[in-house]
Write a protein that binds this ligand. Structure first.
Ligand SMILES: NC(=O)c1ccc[n+]([C@@H]2O[C@H](COP(=O)([O-])OP(=O)(O)OC[C@H]3O[C@@H](n4cnc5c(N)ncnc54)[C@H](OP(=O)(O)O)[C@@H]3O)[C@@H](O)[C@H]2O)c1
Length: 233
């Protein structure tokens, strides 16, 4: 059955692929990006423009949509600043926490009435870095660990209201983010050993398709034969 689905970070990467897939199957997609131009060519019914690095702007932007019902909210947008703690700049920490955590909490808060009204589903695109942190990952992993906490608390709070919450923990898949992470680590990258962005988008769609009498709370995803991220010898 067609759903109304809000996808954050829909201008490129996983968010764009997901918006395309959902629109193709007849869903009413509300595509989010920080600029109108980022959404050029993205199939959608409506747009939400907000810079997630400024979470205080979200409530006004969302209220302009006048949404009373929302079937699914996919928190996909994210940023990653890779480097040792000794080199992590203050603005990287601020941006990582704002985009990957605070904006996600704020967007969830303002959309909860519409989600409750539909018995909606909130999907958090987390990361393997949300479960363990290695060298170089501090600001990204800290944000994703906090995102796990946000999702786990929300799941317990909203189950009585019929809102389902899923956290996905992918290892790595083929987008700009993975390319730039590999560059930052000076690591080899083999597309054939990464999960495709299409496969991750399909998994999100299938998660949204699960029968309403069950919920996938968490899913860990990795390629069958992953190429570890580590500096070239
Ligand atoms: N790719 C991987 O290997 C991998 C692995 C595990 C988890 N993930 C997670 O998967 C999700 C999608 O990542 P991706 O690989 O598709 O990354 P991507 O290609 O780098 O895309 C990131 C998206 O987030 C948006 N975004 C970043 N900062 C924003 C801001 N301040 N305001 C609004 N939007 C903003 C970007 O918009 P702009 O175009 O405006 O920058 C873009 O649409 C992220 O949460 C990421 O952490 C990715």
């Amino acid at each position: 059955m067609p759903k109304t689905i809000l996808v954050t970070g829909a201008g490129r990467g996983l968010g764009r692929t997901l918006a395309e897939r959902c629109s193709a199957r007849g869903d009413a997609v509300i595509a989010h990006a920080r600029s109108e131009s980022a959404l050029e060519g993205v199939p959608c019914e409506r747009r939400l423009i907000a810079d997630l690095a400024q979470p205080e702007t979200i409530e006004d932007a969302v209220s302009e949509l006048g949404l009373e019902h929302l079937d699914a909210l996919v928190h996909n947008a994210g940023v990653a600043h890779i480097g040792p703690v000794a080199e992590q700049r203050l603005e990287w920490w601020r941006e990582s926490m704002a985009v990957n955590v605070v904006a996600v909490a704020e967007l969830t808060r303002v959309l909860l009435p519409a989600l409750r009204a539909s018995g909606g589903h909130v999907v958090f695109v987390n990361s393997g870095a949300g479960l363990s942190a290695g060298p170089g990952w501090s600001s990204y992993a800290a944000g994703k660990h906090a995102l796990k906490a946000l999702a786990d608390a929300l799941r317990g709070e909203e189950r009585g209201a019929g809102v389902r919450v899923t956290s996905l923990y992918p290892s790595h898949f083929t987008t700009d983010m993975q390319r730039s992470v590999r560059e930052a680590f000076d690591s080899e990258y083999d597309l054939d050993r990464a999960t495709s962005v299409e496969s991750i988008a399909q998994t999100v769609v299938e998660t949204l398709n699960t029968p309403s009498d069950m919920v996938v709370n968490e899913m860990r995803i990795e390629p069958p034969n992953p190429l570890p991220i580590r500096p070239r010898p």
